[in-house]
Each structure stands twice: as structure tokens, then as C-alpha cells.
Design a protein around this ligand. Structure first.
Ligand code: RP5
Length: 168
């Protein structure tokens, strides 16, 4: 059987610069993923069909990125029992606050794990998806743990550099 993968959906190609931050994390952690442009509003039938097809092909976690009245993550969650992570995109005059509320305020029974607006959220969506897959993949769990250690080391090194520059 193929390894489970993550399906990343985005409402428009204009969301891609943010979604690329999640893709970069998956490449770094060697997590398999697919990327699909499909919209809850503009292509509702294709969105539903894609979710069903991805699940049949082994998708274990869905990530949905959308801006404005961002219903993509909710529309995905309505069609699957796999975990769904929503990334609110800053795509309009309300700077992503509209997407944040549209994504996070799901009615009880249809959960969407909503992350921060924009690139930090996209990165965290990828880390969270990797942590979910890690529950049944020990090798991935090791890579996720190492990534955390690398992040900590980077902070320590930045502080050491700062302290050094203050002395000189
Ligand atoms: C949403 O509307 C998309 O996810 C995007 O963030 C926003 C604007 O889409 P475009 O008009 O740029 O295609 O559905």
C-alpha cells in the first residue's frame, strides 16, 4: 500500500505564494503531498469530487487555504472524516480577518483545525499535518523531532551572534 499523503487545496492560484510555505515544509520532512486549485464557491462539485477521490487514493490529512469568505476548509470537512486544517489567506481589504473567522467558526460536529493567517499559518498547517502522520510513522516522527531541535538551535545561534556583536 502507498504511504498516506496530504492533500493541499487552495481556492485560487492567487493563494499559491502562501501555500508554497507549506509545500516547502513537506519537502523538507519528506511528506508526500498533492496540490489542487479548487473553490468552495466557484467549483463546488469539483471540490467534493476531489475530496472523495483523494480519500480513496490514500489521503490521510487535508489542508485547505482560502481567502475572503473562506469556506473551502469547511466544504472539505463536510465531505470527509479525515482531519482538516484550514489556512486563512489575506486576500482582501479585511486583511485575512474575514478568512480567519470564516474558517474557524465552524458549527459543532464539523471540525476544522484553523491556523494563523498567512505564511506562518501555512507552515504550521504542514507541521501539524506531519505530526498527525507521525502518530503512525516512527521515521517521520524522528524527522519532526529533529526539525524542532534545529529550530531551537537556530534561536540559540542567533542569540550567540547578538551577544557577540554587543561585545564588539
Ligand atoms: C478565495 O477568494 C480564494 O481562496 C482567494 O484567496 C480569494 C480571491 O481569489 P481570486 O479572485 O484571486 O481568484 O476563494
Amino acid at each position: 500500500m502507498n504511504k498516506p499523503f496530504v492533500a493541499i487545496l487552495m481556492g485560487s492560484d492567487s493563494d499559491l505564494p502562501v501555500v508554497e510555505s507549506a509545500m516547502d515544509i513537506f519537502k523538507k520532512l519528506s511528506v508526500s503531498f498533492e496540490v489542487k486549485i479548487t473553490s468552495a464557491h466557484r467549483t463546488p462539485e469539483q471540490t467534493q469530487a476531489y475530496v472523495q477521490s483523494a480519500e480513496e487514493r490514500g489521503c490521510a490529512v487535508f489542508i485547505a487555504a482560502a481567502g475572503m469568505a473562506a469556506h473551502l476548509a469547511g466544504a472539505v470537512a463536510a465531505n470527509t472524516l479525515k482531519p482538516v486544517i484550514g489556512i486563512p489567506i489575506d486576500a482582501g481589504p479585511l486583511k485575512g480577518q474575514d478568512s480567519l473567522l470564516s474558517t474557524v467558526q465552524m458549527p459543532a460536529g464539523i471540525p476544522v483545525a484553523t491556523v494563523a493567517i498567512g505564511k506562518a499559518g501555512a507552515k504550521n498547517a504542514a507541521y501539524l499535518a506531519a505530526q498527525i502522520l507521525s502518530l503512525s510513522d516512527e521515521e517521520l516522527a524522528k524527522r519532526v523531532k529533529q526539525e524542532r531541535a534545529d529550530q531551537a538551535q537556530a534561536v540559540i545561534e542567533k542569540d550567540a551572534k547578538l551577544q557577540q556583536s554587543l561585545k564588539s
